[in-house]
Design a protein around this ligand. Structure first.
Ligand code: ATP
Ligand code: MG
Length: 140
């Protein structure tokens, strides 16, 4: 299995409810390592740029508002098949459809306030990691 890196975000609904540690525990228990991490408050510009692929979607404005409503924790996770593994531990976008034991099933408030983000392909992971971190900030 290939060792990969992926970009994970703990979203404002989770930081607001003090769930940062619980989310990280799920990821680490699944075998993923946190090799970079910082807490920040996204600007509107950053949130719009990060979610630019969704700019034509009807929920884009609300998504940007939500992602800038409080602090987030951005982190790089490393491990075997990290992109897919992270998505598996996160669960489906809509918590109502997420499998039991997943982060979104257990913690998400709604399809929008769904506690975590994870890159959806190795290519997007590389771009999303670059969006937030320089090489010297990633310490494996
Ligand atoms: P993410 O990219 O955050 O990891 P995802 O890949 O599971 O989530 P996407 O389709 O990329 O889902 O949607 C990005 C984010 O937009 C979702 O995580 C959620 O916060 C929000 N979102 C997606 N679909 C809807 C919707 N129908 N209504 C409201 N918000 C939505
Ligand atoms: Mg996505």
């Amino acid at each position: 299995m290939a060792t990969e890196r992926t970009l994970s975000i703990i979203k404002p609904d989770a930081t607001r409810r003090n769930l940062t540690g619980k989310v990280v525990d799920r990821l680490e228990t699944a075998g993923l390592r946190v090799v970079a991490q910082k807490r920040l408050w996204l600007s509107q510009k950053q949130a719009e740029a990060f979610y630019a692929v969704h700019k034509e979607r009807p929920f884009f404005g609300d998504l940007v508002k939500f992602m800038t409503s409080g602090p987030v924790v951005v982190q790089v996770l490393e491990g075997a098949n990290a992109v897919a593994k992270n998505r598996e531990v996160m669960g489906a976008t809509d918590p109502k459809k997420a499998a039991p034991g997943t982060i979104r099933k257990d913690f998400a408030e709604s399809i929008e306030a769904n506690s975590v983000h994870g890159s959806d392909s190795p290519e997007n992971a590389a771009n999303e990691i670059k969006f937030f971190f320089s090489d010297t900030e990633i310490v494996g």
